[in-house]
Design a protein around this ligand. Sequence first.
Ligand SMILES: Nc1ncnc2c1ncn2[C@@H]1O[C@H](COP(=O)(O)OP(=O)(O)OP(=O)(O)O)[C@@H](O)[C@H]1O
Length: 547
Amino acid sequence: MENIYKNNYKLIITYSIIGILSGFSSFLFIALVNQIISLSISEVMPKEHNYMLFFALIIALFFMTKRLLSEGVIEISQTIFWDIRSYVVKAIIVSPYLKVKNMKDEIYSALTADVANITNASLVIISFTSSVILTISSFIYLWYLSVPLFIISAFIISIGLLGYYFVSKSGNKHFVDVRAIEQKFMHQFDGILSGNKEIKVNREKGEEIFSKGVYPLLKRGKEKNIVAYIGYLNSQLISQVLFYIIVIFILLFVGDFFDVSLGTSISFVFALLFLFSPIVTIMLAIPPLNQGLISYNKLKDLKKKLEYEEFNNSYLNSNNDSPKVFKQVRFENCFYQYLDTSFEVGPFDLTINANEIIFVYGGNGAGKTTFIYMLLNLFTPDKGSIYFKDDEPESSEKVSQLFSPVFSDFYLFDDFYGIKNFDLEKVSSLLKLFELHDKVKIKEGKFSTLDLSAGQRKRLALIVAVLEDRPILVLDEWAADQDPYFRKKFYTEIIHKIVQEENKTIIAITHDDNYYQEADRLFKMDYGKLEEINSENTLQTKNNILT
Ligand SMILES: Nc1ncnc2c1ncn2[C@@H]1O[C@H](COP(=O)(O)OP(=O)(O)OP(=O)(O)O)[C@@H](O)[C@H]1O
């Protein structure tokens, strides 16, 4: 996050300087006009002068700086917009699974509201800084023109600005509330997209989600934003009125009272009218700057909560750390406990040897999925150690690189991401083995279609897992969606072929007790405890299960 600002910091500074130059050219224009008016009023206008040249130079400076500024503003806004998006996406890729899973709404809001707010604020900051500088230089000019008029004007303008400051503080509170509402809205929105089928089937469900869940949020968000913006607008209006009052005062009364010449009064009023524009720009910039700041803090907060390491080479290199030839991995005394439900899995010991077929069975909620999430380091074990062949413990991150999973709620990417040695012949033979060769081809390095039945898509997901250059396949109830014919083929033919021909190890969670005999080792998960059904009583247990 800081990097985005560091990278674009120079751009922002450069364009702020151009903004100041651009403002300065307007200031020079008004100062020159002022001088000509003063000289004309006092009838001391020189016959020979270079005003045309000065005006030409000022206008040229104004034109060039304004053009550069417009291009810069577009470049900065686009750079920041896409940089923050890529930052958030990278953060999600490298962050721990549980963090991302639990922070979906915050992530969606970051990608939409926060990115827009920060981009907007970055745009405004350029005109804001140049207006601040311009205001300061105009004040110096006003001081130079007349000290008493300056003190009176500065006093009245300060009252306006002070009022605006308090309004901005209360407006900020509303903006913070709106940002929280945005997150809740994203939660509802995610539900509506994910549960779209359910909503389509049951209209009442959809209507109630809208009326109970979405509409109150929309209403509150709208009301809060209206209150905040109207507050800003009112105090902006009051400041403008104050400004006009100063002008009227100076023109009608103050000049005589302080014995200021007509020429100075007119120059002062001109300069004041010129000052009006940067002050309005500053006022208009405050709400988006406040919103940008709220979003910036939200993104910083998100980064802290996601607890991720920067997306850099060390993240990618950690992938290449897994052993090239897999022989064995040992989990010793591994344990995990959910914080909110206190459900525990383990402590368990498990040795996985190359080319084994391991089945794990157990009732619903017994802890099987949690167990494989621990193997995969989606849930980092709270306790325990993992070893390859020697006694030096390995990091669970490194060990997780051994596995290729097919989850029960798998996701099939539309490209072979992360598969380095893509072998077309191997894919064709796997498509044949999985009886998909009539349905799916390889076109331009991708599967020709993913529009398949649930069971067929799961077959494709397993093909992708086999293609990954990793020695252990982890399957969570893979065969649950397969028809009886293919289920039989899977247990009696496919898994053995994959182990022998693809040199893989298989760990499968399964409820298919008819096929437990196909495993080399059988485990039972019960209330989070993993128990091996050892070879002496395996047959007996298998028989018990079968009868
Ligand atoms: N996200 C979660 N947060 C807290 N506790 C959870 C979470 N997911 C699961 N649990 C707890 O962990 C227990 C084990 O869940 P798990 O998904 O591992 O079971 P399972 O054996 O895979 O069940 P099934 O056969 O139904 O898929 C559950 O009974 C539940 O109490």
